[in-house]
Write a protein that binds this ligand. Structure first.
Ligand code: C5P
Length: 299
């Protein structure tokens, strides 16, 4: 028997270049990704059983509670690979909106893997090695591996090739205050990739993307100048809501960016930002059903 409570943070992409389609059907990315102090909470406990079993409950009734939920699939995968005959119970308190580009489902999956790894260790069981955990996370979803620790990262390949952000660049990022906001509609990730693939000239050049990331890493480019997301090329023409709000925010000297494949966005706040006023601007543009949340980059 054992139990654990884990925080499952949201992520934002501060730079997201889609470079082209790879032979495996996935797209090659070059991205700067960071997790924030806003997220979901999971309560996990286990008991010995005759065979492995997973039970998931969630306070958001619109989400599946079977293997269609990545948290469930992660627990199932962990038990299958480790051979542990545990009955695992997960209670998921959902706060991260879905269809948002904030990585909520992927974060939940990795939180489950990390938690079960800790519980196995506490129980004196082998669990999974770091390599096996990483492999399982990558199988669960392209964004899962980045959530196995909370540090900001450069993300390449399909999302599984991760490298740390060092020195002044990390200092520039960690602790940054943001305003997250999501319109009432969501954007489907497969739709966003498919539409991008069908859009002439939508892929970025690898050299350009790497130059931008290198310039930021070496302090030659400010974070606000780095902000870029390939998916804005497909989301903005389809959804008229983005452009007017981004223009208004620019009027307050704030740079905004869509995160992941959308539909959520964020603005980099400064010490002089009037957050209440900015929240009002977002609500004026996008209505009362908008999700707005102030958050800070984790390190
Ligand atoms: O890996 P994941 O399940 O998150 O992928 C969701 C969708 O996004 C899939 O349809 C996949 O084809 C697409 N995708 C992609 N390239 C990536 C990540 C995701 O084409 N690097």
């Amino acid at each position: 028997m054992g139990q654990i409570e884990v925080f499952s943070p949201a992520k934002i992409n501060l730079f997201l270049s889609v470079l082209g389609r790879m032979e495996n059907g996935f797209h090659e990315l070059a991205s700067l990704v960071a997790q924030v102090d806003f997220g979901d909470r999971l309560f996990i406990d286990w008991e010995a059983a005759d065979s492995a079993a997973v039970e998931l409950s969630c306070d958001d009734p619109s989400l599946p509670t079977d293997s269609g939920n990545l948290a469930y699939a992660a627990a199932e995968g962990f038990l299958l690979r480790s051979g542990l005959k545990w009955r695992v119970r997960i209670r998921l308190e959902k706060r991260i909106p879905h269809g948002a580009g904030l990585g909520g489902g992927s974060s939940n999956a990795s939180a489950v893997l990390t938690a079960l790894g800790k519980l196995a260790q506490e129980a004196g069981e082998l669990g999974l090695s770091r390599g096996e955990t990483l492999e399982l996370a990558a199988e669960l979803g392209s964004d899962c591996p980045l959530f196995l620790d909370q540090k900001p990262k450069l993300m390449r390949g399909r999302g599984e090739v991760l490298s740390p952000v060092f020195g002044a660049a990390a200092e520039d990022l960690v602790g940054r205050e943001l305003l997250l906001f999501k319109p009432s509609f969501s954007i489907s990730t497969p739709w966003a990739y498919k539409t991008l693939a069908a859009t002439e000239g939508a892929y970025d050049q690898r050299e350009w993307a790497e130059e931008r990331l290198a310039a930021w890493s070496s302090g030659d480019l400010d974070l606000s100048q780095l902000l870029h997301n390939s998916f804005e090329k497909v989301a903005f023409p389809k959804y008229a809501a983005f452009d007017p709000l981004f223009r208004k925010m620019k009027g307050y000297s704030l740079e905004c960016l869509m995160s992941g494949s959308g539909s959520s966005c964020f603005a980099l706040l400064s010490s002089s930002s009037n957050v209440a006023l900015l929240e009002g601007v977002v609500r004026d543009c996008w209505g009362d059903r908008v999700f707005v949340k102030r958050a800070k980059v984790l390190g």
